[in-house]
Design a protein. Structure first.
Length: 246
């Protein structure tokens, strides 16, 4: 039996092609900038079958996008959004003047966290990386406010229940180095939940002073300067989501 064609809303089609965010796409559609088969469409949910309908923006047919994949060293204090209703600085400040097309963050780092953030204009690739089932491990270096003894680290490794009953855990936790009043831990996650590391450590009365993501899969932060970015190599792109490269 022949399957019916898959239809997606017009704004989603635009965002999937990596030309803009979904919210931007909805604004373009509502402003009358988008045509489907030569006709202006103002409904962001207008059903479109890719490969059958011709979609144009500002009278120009959408060409297949050139895909870009970058690693950014996110500075502390920036939020991982395109704009912020509270006027806070965003990671997009780091891309100003880069000449890159629209780039979306692959996952998030909260305002107080720093380090490796992937960005791309390939939604299918990003979905594989952010999926709990297929995403790569993520490694963090975390400074805490005291030196934990080994039995405490064993307890952290076993995990803890959050107030809502959610079980918080890490794939691995180890001591990197210790001073007299604080220590650095290496924490590896095989999934990403909201403020997972901070909530897990807080359950054991460990307060996080700094949290730096240093690796995602085989991609390392390395010596990339704060606020700087680099293009991923083809090998790095393929290693993070090989099923999207066929």
């Amino acid at each position: 039996m022949k399957r019916p064609p898959v239809r997606h809303g017009l704004a989603r089609v635009l965002s999937k092609r990596g030309v803009c965010s979904r919210s931007q796409a909805a604004q373009w559609v509502q402003a009358g900038r988008v045509r489907v088969d030569g006709r202006v469409v103002r409904d962001p949910e207008y059903p479109v079958v890719e490969g059958r309908h011709v979609v144009e923006v500002d009278d120009g047919r959408l060409a297949p996008p050139v895909r870009h994949y970058i690693a950014l060293n996110k500075p502390r204090g920036l939020v991982t959004t395109a704009s912020d209703e509270r006027g806070r600085g965003t990671v997009y400040q780091c891309l100003e003047g880069s000449g890159l097309p629209w780039m979306a963050p692959v996952g998030r780092l909260d305002k107080a966290s720093e380090g490796l953030l992937l960005m791309c204009n390939d939604p299918a690739w990003a979905a594989v990386i952010t999926s709990p089932a297929t995403g790569p491990d993520k490694t963090y270096h975390v400074q805490v406010d005291r030196v934990p003894h080994e039995s405490l680290l064993d307890a952290v490794r076993a995990g803890a229940a959050a107030l809502d009953g959610e079980h918080l855990h890490a794939k691995s936790v180890r001591l990197l180095r210790a001073g007299t009043r604080n220590a650095w831990l290496e924490v590896v996650l095989d999934e990403g939940r909201n403020r997972q590391i901070r909530r897990l450590l807080s359950a054991f009365d460990l307060s996080v002073s700094r949290l730096v993501r240093v690796r995602i899969g085989a991609v390392a932060l390395g010596d990339l300067a704060k606020g700087a970015w680099r293009e991923l190599s083809p090998e790095e792109v393929a290693s993070l989501a090989p099923e999207t490269m066929s």
